[in-house]
Write a protein that binds this ligand. Structure first.
Ligand code: NI
Length: 224
């Protein structure tokens, strides 16, 4: 979820042609008016067993998120109004934040969460593949109780916290038609991606700035 350049948002669409099913994996953004509906409308729940088309969509999302370098991708972001999320938190995401546990690629279907009552609220930088003009500090609950189904229809329930809980809240927002532009209030720290990248760098301890620059240069800029 670290900040990212606009150039990386203008990605060429890749078509997955398998079993005569086509799923385009181009990321759509809120700045593209024709995709306002898919990004701002609550996504539909998925029923099991998954169709061949839904399995293909999941494969496309995994490939896409791997190519992007993480950390989260929701189906509406590739123009599919379904409650499917892919999460992949690489080791590199843990280098610049204190509360990050790396996670391998996994899929959450029909995920929901509730905020644990005693949880603190924390603010941190967020950017979004589907918002190219803005980033900022978003307030999220530190601890949540997460429920979701995996690809096999198995239900999972767990308590989550830290960066993973933040990513989950960001992705479930996508499934409810909510973007960081809706979460950034008049008092939130916000600005262009470039401004927020500069601010984030400034807030890092000096010894981490070189690492930040190296990661940015390598385009290891995972977002959600
Ligand atoms: Ni996002």
């Amino acid at each position: 979820m670290t900040l990212y350049s606009i150039l990386n948002l203008v990605l060429l669409g890749v078509l997955n042609l398998m079993n005569n099913i086509t799923v385009a994996s181009t990321i759509v953004t809120i700045e593209q008016k024709e995709f306002t509906a898919v990004l701002k409308t609550p996504a539909k729940p998925v029923t099991f067993p998954l169709s061949a088309e839904q399995k293909q969509l999941i494969q496309t999302m995994k490939t896409k998120l791997t190519d992007l370098g993480g950390v989260g991708l929701a189906a509406p972001q590739i123009n599919q109004g379904l409650q499917i999320v892919a999460i992949f938190i690489p080791e590199s995401a843990a280098l610049l934040r204190d509360n990050v546990t790396p996670y391998p690629m996994h899929i959450l279907i029909n995920p929901t969460y509730e905020i644990i009552k005693t949880s603190a609220l924390v603010e941190d930088f967020e950017a979004c593949y589907s918002v190219s003009s803005k980033a900022g500090k978003v307030t999220r609950a530190k601890k949540i109780r997460l429920t979701y189904f995996d690809e096999n229809g198995q239900q999972h329930e767990s308590k989550e916290e830290g960066f993973y809980a933040r990513v989950i809240q960001h992705e479930i927002d996508h499934l409810q038609g909510v973007l960081i532009t809706d979460r950034l209030g008049p008092d939130s720290i916000q600005g262009s991606l470039e401004e927020m990248m500069a601010l984030r760098r400034q807030e890092l301890a000096p010894e981490k700035r070189a690492l930040y620059d190296a990661l940015m240069a390598k385009k290891l800029r995972p977002k959600a």
